[in-house]
Design a protein around this ligand. Structure first.
Ligand SMILES: Nc1ncnc2c1ncn2[C@@H]1O[C@H](COP(=O)(O)OP(=O)(O)O)[C@@H](O)[C@H]1O
Ligand SMILES: [Mg+2]
Length: 292
């Protein structure tokens, strides 16, 4: 379900180096609801990865707080998994696909058989049951990234963080992986925070798109994506409202003023009728809260 706060980021500030150092995040405040899939976009080098690392407890921020289901994050919390862009460096070439997926479960699941069963289950979820005995280097890039996603899912996370997860695969594979993430989210009711530099992707998968300013990152805009479900690579992307939203995000990333529903925009013409999307039934207005 959506609505209840799963993640509360308040006044988050981070600078690398001593003193005020090199500022990367500037006063970021965001609330993410249970079950939401939130896309994060912004110019290269603005602080997207730093934000995700602070949420993951991998970086201790210089100011502000991150609270996950009521508990302050000051180390990597249980129930959180991360998928990075560079799958080739995140999988161990000397371990089979199944052992790669099972490895992180050692801390939480004592029995080997139990770990292997959980790994096979996660591989089934990403459509890779037949590759369990293979090694990562025997698989295509897209399949390796599926393994990395399976490894994240095997520990049954409540919050999945993804940092440009599909940045290294071809366009067709990317679309398949986007649909995989939508299906997994639907099945497992997870909350997902996904950084991407692909604006179409941010709108296609997201319930919301957060646009960050050039570094140090601040929240420039928080757009509600009220597109009908289920989403489909062909029909959703052909909708006038999809084109309107992706244009809006594109403008905001480039620092131009947004134009949601304003003069000269697609306006209300392409907006889906309330109730088209059961997930969005109670939030059919595209709310853009500019914090600038
Ligand atoms: N470990 C680090 N030490 C010093 N500076 C860093 C470190 N990691 C990132 N930065 C700097 O912080 C800024 C934000 O980086 P990052 O979060 O990786 O941006 P993005 O993911 O949006 O491309 C950049 O200027 C980058 O050079
Ligand atoms: Mg990055």
């Amino acid at each position: 379900m959506t609505g209840t706060a799963m993640l509360e980021i308040t006044g988050l500030t981070h600078a690398f180096g001593p003193g005020t150092g090199h500022p990367a995040l500037d006063d970021i405040t965001l609330t993410i609801g249970e079950g939401e899939l939130v896309s994060i976009v912004g110019p290269s080098g603005c602080g997207k990865s730093t934000l995700l690392r602070c949420v993951a407890g991998l970086i201790r921020p210089t100011g502000g707080s991150v609270v996950l289901r009521g508990a302050p994050v000051d180390a990597v919390p249980d129930g959180l998994a991360v998928v990075f862009q560079d799958y080739s460096r995140s999988l161990f070439p000397w371990l089979s696909v199944r052992d790669n997926v099972a490895l992180p479960l050692r801390r939480t699941r004592p029995g080997r058989a139990q770990r292997q069963a959980a790994a096979l289950d996660a591989l089934g979820t990403v459509g890779l049951t037949g590759t369990a005995q293979k090694y990562p280097w025997q698989l295509s890039g897209g399949m390796q990234q599926r393994v990395a996603i399976a490894r994240a899912l095997a520990c049954d996370p409540v919050l999945l963080l993804m940092d440009e997860p599909f940045g290294s695969v071809d366009a067709q594979t990317r679309e398949d992986l986007e649909d995989l993430i939508l299906a997994v989210r639907q099945d497992r009711q997870m909350t997902i925070l996904m950084v991407t530099h692909d604006i179409d992707e941010s709108v296609y998968v997201g319930d919301r798109v957060i646009v960050l300013t050039p570094g140090p990152a601040r929240v420039r805009a928080d757009l509600r994506v009220d597109l009908p479900a289920p989403r489909d690579q062909i029909t959703t992307k052909a909708l006038a409202w999809f084109v309107h939203l992706r244009t809006e995000v594109s403008r905001l990333v480039r620092g131009q003023p947004g134009d949601a529903g304003g003069p000269g925009s697609a306006g209300e013409a392409g907006r889906p009728a309330p109730g088209d999307d059961s997930r969005d039934r109670n939030r059919s207005r595209a709310a853009r809260a500019s914090q600038e």
